[in-house]
Design a binder for this molecule. Structure first.
Ligand code: MN
Length: 500
């Protein structure tokens, strides 16, 4: 995923009142800022300068052009001078791409001894940005507001975060998600309204019979299998049973065959994420484990047991984190360590944890899977680096989607876990397990999550803002009594929001 393939337009609002000379200076300053942003190591996308907008017609034209330009993922808007905001009504009504309001000033410092009225007329964002802000709020347009000098690190970081979320949002529009098999029977939280998801979030979710996947798996040649097994040998430490002549070598060949077939199916269909379920494996010899782990590492979103919402979320998180240090994986809160001195969570899944979060070279092992009644599946087993991370979930409350994010610290395992047959990660949730788990449960958060050491809660907040869905954060500042009130207030807000 190369985010430099997409553009963000740098859009400056002004008016004719100032005369040509001032407008020329405004344009020069805008060009300089756009160029500096585009060239900054911090900024992951291209920033494209657009001519300064001075009339309602120009603004409307630009917004419509942004909508129809495939490569444009959003707008940075800046009011260097004053841009009377009634001029923006038609444009902002039409605009379908996300926008960020960069509330900055060309000059960082006031030139104390030289300042005159010309300077004041040119550097007006202090009030020009407020006029633009009013119309955004009056029109109830979701946007991010970033305040500060345009060269400052924190401003660039905040812009970068928004851009990464805009890339994920762009990626979600028209994205296709394949479901192999339906939902795990009787599970509630992995269900949801796929039509509403497509309307609200832009991706489509469709089911495929296992026979379609099995047909793709059966087309795989022995030569392809041999080639992939040599990739496994180069990338992982294999247990001896899996090697040529080993008692489980056939299981490894079957796993490679499943990976190759699945990959072909997903590539041919142009899918970005997928789900499986152990309750429907007709025609497959084993539950896809290694295949899922490796496809996730290549950028596919994944959700187990038919969990398409998590599959789409993991994909979006992977786009946000493209090129950043740290990986992103499908995850599940599996079991607790409830020692009052250090309560923690052991996260894992039956098989499907992405190797992008692995510390060191993963081990390729094989164990029986006590669920699903199929052959033993090979899987990558590894630990995860310590440090800050987060868990995110998306749930369907029946009348709206809610995203919940909990920041966590990945901590060392209490001891090696020689008998645990899966990749594992241990974390301490913020502010602590008692508050975090209670808040998560009261908010209805799923047992499945997207886990990431690459992105921050701000990435997901920006994404939720673009999607106009509810966003709840559980972090070091969370107080349960306040969180409960937020849940109640949000219920009222989202009920009324549709009608206001
Ligand atoms: Mn699960």
């Amino acid at each position: 995923m190369n985010l430099k393939q997409v553009d963000v337009w740098f859009v400056t609002g002004s008016q004719h009142l100032y005369g040509d000379e001032t407008l020329k200076q405004v344009a020069e300053h805008s060009k300089e800022i756009a160029k500096a942003l585009s060239g900054s190591k911090q900024i992951p996308v291209n920033v494209v300068f657009k001519p300064v907008l001075t009339t309602p017609e120009e603004i409307t034209r630009l917004c419509i052009e942004a909508n129809t330009t495939q490569n444009c993922i959003g707008l940075i808007t800046w009011m260097h001078t004053f841009s009377p905001a009634k001029m923006w009504i038609a444009g902002l009504s039409a605009l379908q791409k996300p926008f960020v309001h960069l509330h900055t000033q060309y000059n960082r410092d006031i030139p104390w001894s030289d300042i005159d009225m010309d300077f004041m007329n040119l550097n007006q964002s202090a009030h020009g940005g407020r006029e633009f802000g009013f119309i955004g709020t009056r029109m109830r347009r979701n946007r991010k507001v970033i305040v500060g000098f345009w060269q400052d690190k924190d401003v660039l970081c905040s812009l970068e975060t928004w851009m990464r979320s805009a890339c994920a949002w762009h990626d979600s529009q028209g994205a296709k998600i394949a479901r192999f098999g339906d939902n795990m029977r009787e599970v509630a939280v992995t269900e949801g309204d796929k039509v509403e998801a497509q309307i609200r979030l832009g991706y489509s979710v469709n089911g495929f019979g296992m026979g379609d996947l099995v047909a793709a798996v059966n087309e795989v040649s022995d030569k392809e299998i041999d080639q992939l097994i040599s990739v496994y040998k180069d990338s992982y430490d294999l247990v001896k049973e899996l090697h040529q002549g080993g008692s489980q070598n056939q299981a490894l060949k079957d796993a490679a065959k499943i990976e190759l077939g699945m990959r072909k199916f997903l590539e041919n269909g142009g899918f970005k994420a997928f789900t499986t379920t152990f309750e429907d494996l007709h025609g497959l010899t084993q539950l896809p484990g290694l295949a899922v782990q490796r496809l996730m590492a290549d950028g596919y979103g994944f959700g187990a047991e038919g969990d398409w919402k998590t599959a789409a979320l993991v994909r979006a998180m992977k786009v946000m984190g493209a090129g950043l240090k740290g990986g992103t994986s499908f995850m599940e809160d599996y079991t607790y360590h409830l020692d009052p001195k250090s309560m923690k969570v052991l996260g894992a899944h039956m098989l499907e944890v992405c190797e992008s979060i692995a510390e060191g070279k993963p081990n390729l092992k094989i164990y029986p899977l006590s669920i699903g009644g199929k052959n033993d599946p090979p899987r990558l087993v590894f630990n995860v680096k310590t440090g800050p991370a987060l868990n995110a979930t998306m749930i369907d409350l029946g009348h709206r989607f809610r995203m919940i994010v909990n920041t966590v610290d990945v901590v060392p395992l209490g001891a090696p876990l020689p008998r645990l047959p899966v990749a594992r990660v241990m974390w301490t949730p913020k502010p602590d397990l008692k508050i975090a788990a209670a808040a998560w449960i009261l908010a209805g958060g799923a047992h499945h999550t997207g886990f990431s050491q690459a992105i921050t809660a701000e990435h997901l907040e920006d994404y939720a803002n673009m999607a106009n869905i509810e966003f709840l954060l559980i972090d070091e500042n969370t107080k349960l009594s306040e969180f409960k009130k937020e849940l109640r207030w949000n219920d009222v807000y989202y009920y009324l929001e549709k009608g206001i």
